[in-house]
Design a protein. Structure first.
Length: 461
């Protein structure tokens, strides 16, 4: 059977058809790409000849195939999980309504990270064994419980309780949604599109967070608890989406005698045996921390530099739209610059952002934070793609969760120190210190990552 191109007619004489069908019967079934559309899906050559494109449903008999439907639902779930109405005002809420200091605010996040850390790897392992869809449903239940707890929080320990529930919630999400995306694409024969689809899913997530941020300031002024009330409804909708997801068929792996031994084996594989995975996770942790510290410090910094409270929501929305834009285009930027220049770009963005925040104190100084959000958008899809490529179905969510665990561990160790420096020496001193720390550590991590990536390409090439 000849390749279908440019919508050419397949009409042929009867004798030609007979010869063609006889040739098909005599050779093994092969998969090939139909090139009439850039979004085409690999289908068997004996299948219907209509071009299969998830973005052009009129071209196929089934307008909502499982792969396209799952990807759309995962994008919607990503937007809902990040549509965090309280996020744009949470630091102000903790300070003004609960009465927390900056040190206590960073400590609150340590408790969140500790709960996330303790559940991160176990939840990823459970997700690999029991299903990604079930993990997301469990996450939604904890999310609704956590935001409900905030309605009754009146002190430090009540806030801690709410954050512990939310920490478990995001531990179950971590790795599960990205692994489900990868397996959905792999089942549809389009695994090579993962970086693009991950970037778009991250874009949906940040657009969702931006949408929540736009309304957060007005909600907070109306009633400080209103953002939290709306957030409970958001998680209820996320639960409905999670329940409608389809779980791809899992490959049958070897029989597991001990789940504890298997979990430890996967941990050893990711941290010691596979050097590229380890180098990728180390670089990812540093980049993640670089974009995470300012999330809790930029709001007090904006207050300190005289930014009106009414601007907080739009500014936060702008930050998230920046993440969305660069995540959406991350695969194109990677293709244009290459891996080495991308790593150099990460370094420039991080050091320039922290230096700018540390050396200026104007109303517009918060714009340096947008450099970090641009870096955050770029690095996520790119590094997750490397992690996915070197993991199997039986360990996919576990490896992604192990990466998140290392990030949370890094924050638990360093977060309180940054908070104490911010309280004692000032925010700008903390920003300048972070500029120096990342200027020293990032080149070492990037060099290791690039070295092992090159070595991996030589082995497979």
């Amino acid at each position: 059977m000849q390749r279908i191109d440019n919508g050419l007619s397949l009409t042929a004489p009867a004798s030609a058809k007979q010869v063609d069908m006889q040739a098909i019967a005599e050779r093994p079934l092969k998969k090939r790409m139909i090139k009439s559309c850039p979004h085409s899906i690999a289908i068997p050559s004996e299948a219907a000849v209509t071009p299969q494109c998830p973005h052009h449903p009129q071209q196929r008999p089934n307008a909502t195939p499982p792969m396209t439907s799952n990807i759309l639902k995962l994008n919607i779930f990503a937007a809902l999980k990040m549509m965090l109405f309280p996020m744009a005002i949470i630091t102000v809420f903790w300070k003004d309504q609960i009465g927390l200091s900056l040190s206590e605010i960073l400590l609150v996040n340590v408790f969140f990270s500790t709960a996330n850390l303790l559940m991160e790897y176990p939840s990823g392992y459970v997700s690999d064994r029991l299903g990604y869809r079930l993990a997301l449903v469990i996450a939604c239940a904890f999310g609704m419980a956590g935001w409900t707890a905030y309605l009754f929080a009146h002190g430090f320990w009540a806030v801690i309780g709410a954050e512990l529930l939310l920490g478990v919630c995001y531990a179950f999400i971590s790795g599960s949604d990205n692994a489900l995306l990868y397996e959905t694409l792999r089942e549809g024969g389009r695994g090579e599109l993962y970086t693009r689809c991950d970037g778009r899913m991250a874009g949906w997530a940040q657009i969702g967070e931006a949408g929540g941020a736009l309304c957060a300031g007005l909600m907070y002024v109306t009633n400080p608890l209103l953002p939290f009330m709306v957030q409970i409804g958001v998680w209820a909708m996320a639960m409905a989406v999670a329940l409608s997801l389809r779980e791809p068929k899992a490959d049958k792996g070897p029989k597991i005698a001990s789940h504890l031994s298997e979990a430890l084996r996967i941990g050893r594989y990711g941290l010691t045996e596979n050097k590229l995975l380890r180098a990728t996770m180390v670089l990812g942790v540093l980049l993640g921390l670089a974009s995470f510290y300012p999330v809790w410090l930029v709001q007090p910094f904006m207050q300190q530099t005289g930014v009106p409270l009414a601007w907080f929501g739009p500014i936060w929305a702008g930050a998230n739209l920046t993440v969305a834009f660069f995540a959406y285009h991350s695969h194109r930027i990677l293709d244009a610059l290459g891996l080495r220049r991308i790593c150099l770009l990460f370094f420039i963005l991080i050091v320039a952002a922290y230096a700018g925040l540390g050396l200026t104190s104007m109303v517009g100084s918060f714009l340096f934070y947008y450099l970090l959000t641009a870096m955050r958008g770029l690095q996520g899809p790119i590094l997750r793609s490397f992690l996915q490529q070197h993991a199997t179905r039986q360990m996919r969510a576990s490896i992604l969760s192990l990466h998140s665990l290392l990030f949370r561990l890094g924050y638990v160790v360093s977060g309180p120190m940054i908070g104490w420096i911010s309280d004692g020496k000032g925010l700008q001193t903390a920003f300048l210190l972070l500029a120096w720390v990342f200027a020293l550590l990032l080149p070492l991590a990037a060099r290791s990552f690039l070295h092992h990536q090159a070595a991996g390409e030589e082995e497979t090439g």
